[in-house]
Write a protein that binds this ligand. Structure first.
Ligand SMILES: [Zn+2]
Length: 242
């Protein structure tokens, strides 16, 4: 026992310590949840970008397809030039008209490809409109996400600041408490939701709301030893009348 202190004074100090520890417990719990919440809102935000990614992929495919068409078109043009140049070498009318019809066929193929290229421009335009719309949508959601993220980060800073204040205050009181009492209190607090010492309310332990026996009441009144709840093990005390 720390010299010159009665058990009543010790209990008063424990109650004072508990006030700080209770808030520390609640704040630490809140702090522990923050990274989980941050991860959740980040995942949700990343999820909203999915549609944009899909649209961008779709656009890429349209452009790749168009490039293929353009290569095909170039090949057809070369084929036409080549076939045209063969015309002058042809000796018979029959061969000549066969060659002409070959050229006509290539030209027909070429115009089909040209049509596909035109359609792919339309398609790309349509996808681009969707991409722009979705980009705007993502930007709006990002704004909300960032503001929510900032709120959480600010709260984390606030909690950390308050925790350092509370820890300082509790560390100022702790040395004035008998080591044995302090160790007991801290052990109970750690295992009992941050509450190591609780007042008796009426005839109930305010930690677990179980009845306090008459025998325990008598012990509490005597103030000769620490009394613990038989159900939850927490240290009990009777609040001052005033
Ligand atoms: Zn109890």
């Amino acid at each position: 026992m720390v010299p010159n202190t009665t058990l009543t004074e010790q209990i008063k100090k424990l109650v004072e310590l508990q006030k700080f520890d209770k808030e520390i417990f609640v704040l630490k719990k809140e702090l522990e949840e923050k990274p989980v919440i941050l991860k959740k809102i980040q995942d949700e935000f990343e999820g909203t970008k999915q549609k944009l990614h899909e649209l961008e992929e779709k656009l890429k495919k349209v452009l790749v397809k168009r490039r293929d068409f353009e290569l095909d078109l170039k090949a057809k043009e070369e084929q036409i030039t080549k076939t045209n140049s063969q015309l002058s070498l042809i000796k018979t009318n029959k061969e000549y008209s066969a060659k002409l019809s070959e050229i006509e066929n290539i030209k027909a193929d070429k115009s089909i490809i040209e049509e596909k290229i035109l359609l792919s421009f339309d398609e790309a335009d349509a996808v681009n409109v969707e991409v722009d719309k979705e980009k705007q949508n993502v930007a709006e959601i990002e704004k909300l996400y960032l503001s929510e993220k900032k709120k959480i980060e600010d709260r984390i800073k606030e909690i950390q600041l308050r925790l350092s204040e509370l820890t300082k205050s509790r560390d100022e009181i702790a040395p004035s408490i008998d080591k044995e009492h302090l160790v007991l209190y801290e052990r109970i607090m750690k295992h009992k939701e941050g509450l190591g010492i609780v007042p008796v309310k009426g005839t109930f332990c305010s930690g677990c709301f179980m009845n306090v026996t008459q025998q325990m009441f008598n012990l509490l009144k005597m103030s000769e030893q620490l009394v613990r709840c038989e159900t939850c093990s927490r240290i009990l005390y009777v609040e001052d009348e005033n």
